[in-house]
Design a protein around this ligand. Structure first.
Ligand code: ATP
Length: 322
């Protein structure tokens, strides 16, 4: 293999740049040319392709976001869009692709790979940690550290005013950010989609829990049902009017910032493995790390299986918030 294309797609995540750097440098090591593709599948269709060399990725390992930019592409969901993308790749002599993204990105890659003879390997780049086939995704560690940093600050004001804070974090379909950060910030209860956003544990804790606590934190994963943090806050206020209840939505700060050491190392490891995998003839697979070893998972399995939550985590919250 002599020339590969590289792109980031879907939501950005800290550590994507470290992965880009690793892919470009590894390709150089093996004398493979790299073509950067801007704005994911959208840029592929529009021909936003440019050559990258070892120097083009200097001084980015510590930067959040993605220097290749990212986008969502409706066009790529159509056969016509994918044909235009393929034509661009052929025009530039590309013989393989490295896709950095999440569930949607790999679904697109799987479909593309079944229609055209173009090897694609994927690197798990999403703050949600919701991919099967890797213990952690690139960006998750940084995001959860950003969350606990913010919640520690909220805790200071909650403690001073004797307040109950409902904190909403990202994870529309997956509560993994809420679950881990809930434990790390000493939350009273965690409300996540995997348990159907059951708020009984919270109500029970407020009803029967220790009354002399001055501050309380409740971690909620975003989502419509039963209506996110504001709706939960409304229900708590209605049932417990004596609590000074506030809602805080952390929002997009969770996506940004310098990647943590863990994310940089993860991105570097899977980035090196991606180029080696293409050289070895792998295709249609996500490259992750399971039990500290590089692991290959077909796109089909990486996306279809929703990662199960560790029920012990919820029990830990219950025990420790006593
Ligand atoms: P994150 O989990 O961080 O949001 P993601 O990769 O899941 O990242 P999506 O927006 O779901 O982000 O997907 C990225 C892109 O992948 C879409 O904009 C689209 O171009 C492509 N894609 C998603 N699903 C399909 C599909 N069924 N067919 C073709 N392309 C798809």
């Amino acid at each position: 293999i002599k020339k590969i294309g590289l792109f980031t797609s879907g939501g950005d995540a800290p550590g994507m740049n470290a992965a880009i750097r690793a892919v470009v440098r590894t390709a150089k090591y093996y004398n493979i040319e790299v073509v950067g593709i801007r704005r994911g599948y959208e840029g592929m269709i529009n021909g936003e392709l440019f050559p990258m060399d070892g120097k083009s990725v200097a001084n980015i390992i510590q930067r959040g976001g993605t220097i290749l930019k990212t986008a969502r592409s409706e066009q790529f969901k159509t056969a016509e869009g994918r044909r235009l993308a393929y034509d661009q790749l052929i025009k530039h002599g590309i013989q393989g692709l490295v896709a950095i993204g999440g569930d949607g990105t790999f679904t697109g890659a799987r479909i593309f790979g079944s229609e055209y003879d173009m090897p694609v390997v994927g690197l798990p780049g999403t703050i949600d940690n919701d991919l099967y086939g890797t213990d952690f995704t690139i960006g998750y560690d940084t995001a959860i550290n950003t969350v606990i940093d913010a919640v520690d600050k909220i805790r200071d004001t909650a403690e001073s005013h004797d307040r109950l804070f409902i904190v909403e974090v990202m994870g529309r379909d997956s509560g993994l950010i809420a679950l881990r950060t809930g434990i790390a910030s000493g939350a009273e209860a965690i409300i996540i989609p995997e348990t159907n956003r059951d708020i009984n544990a919270l109500m029970d804790r407020l009803e029967n829990g220790r009354k002399d606590k001055s501050s309380k934190i409740v971690m909620v994963a975003e989502g419509e049902d039963p209506g996110g943090a504001f709706e939960i806050g409304r229900q708590v206020k209605e049932k417990f009017p004596n609590y000074d209840t506030r809602v805080s939505i952390l929002g997009h700060i969770q996506r940004g910032g310098k990647p943590s050491c863990m994310d940089r190392v993860l991105a570097s490891r899977v980035g090196v493995a991606a180029v080696e995998a293409l050289r070895d003839g792998h295709r249609n697979e996500m490259i992750g790390i399971v039990h500290n070893e590089i692991a290959f998972t077909p796109f089909e399995h990486a996306c279809k299986h929703h990662v199960e939550i560790n029920a012990n985590f919820l029990k830990i919250v219950e025990i420790l918030s006593i």
